[in-house]
Design a protein around this ligand. Structure first.
Ligand SMILES: *Cc1c(COP(=O)(O)O)cnc(C)c1O
Length: 218
């Protein structure tokens, strides 16, 4: 495991090599399944931006962390069931896994009712893997248009490249789809490839094990 400051230095270097500003990349510390003391340690270092992949798990630990630490910025990076959407609106500032019309309609209804909506990323299944969530690359433009017609605050796109393929191809594809749709946000890059993702324009990198150490099984 590396420390938060090691990761920050690596981000700074990658950002400089890409000729970008440090402020253009947000580090989401992925705290899923990590023991509370590890998360607490990163909070104490002053980091405030975290990612969780399950609503239930986040609901179990983040209200207490928030009582002790101001300014927590929480991102949902795992699949969202429509019946958990309301709870997700309460907990998360961003949802990276908008991936189907039914969920888009539910988010639009909740946004109307509650009067606010987390920023949203459309998940694209760039590898077209049957077991993975996300819209197919060929359906992305139409789905983004549908979300915009619902007045949803779509900030950008998100992908999880297939583990056995060169991630660069997927980062490039996601960047291309975002560009042609006028979307600025790119949620891509994890512990093993965040520097590469930064070189392809990532604005939100999701780094777990490199910050916290290997995930302890629940
Ligand atoms: C767990 C997870 C990550 C972080 O993975 P690491 O390899 O530990 O950095 C990033 N994105 C998503 C969607 C995840 O589920």
């Amino acid at each position: 495991m590396m420390s938060l400051s090691d990761i920050s230095q690596r981000i700074e270097k990658a950002v400089a090599q890409a000729g970008r500003d440090r402020g253009s990349v947000k580090l989401i510390a992925v705290s899923k399944v990590q023991p509370n003391e590890r998360v607490e340690a990163v909070l104490k270092e002053g980091h405030r931006c975290f990612g969780e992949n399950r609503v239930q798990e986040a609901a179990g630990k983040w209200p207490a962390f928030r009582d002790d630490h101001d300014g927590v910025d929480l991102h949902l990076i795992g699949p969202l069931q429509t019946n958990k959407a309301r709870q997700a609106f309460d907990l998360f500032q961003s949802i990276h896994t908008l991936d189907r019309p039914k969920l888009a309609k539910t988010c639009a209804r909740l946004a109307q009712e509650i009067g606010h909506c987390p920023e949203l990323f459309v998940q694209v299944n760039t590898g077209e893997e049957p077991q993975k969530a996300g819209v197919a690359p060929s359906d992305a433009d139409a789905f983004i248009a549908e979300c915009r017609a619902l007045d949803l605050p779509v900030r950008g796109l998100m992908c999880i490249p297939p583990i056995d393929e060169e991630a660069s191809l997927h980062f490039a594809l996601l960047a291309k789809i975002a560009e042609r749709n006028g979307l600025a946000g790119l949620s891509m890059g994890m512990s093993d490839d965040f520097e590469k993702a930064i070189s392809f324009g990532a604005t939100h990198i999701r780094v777990g094990s490199a910050i916290f150490g290997a995930r302890v099984p629940a």
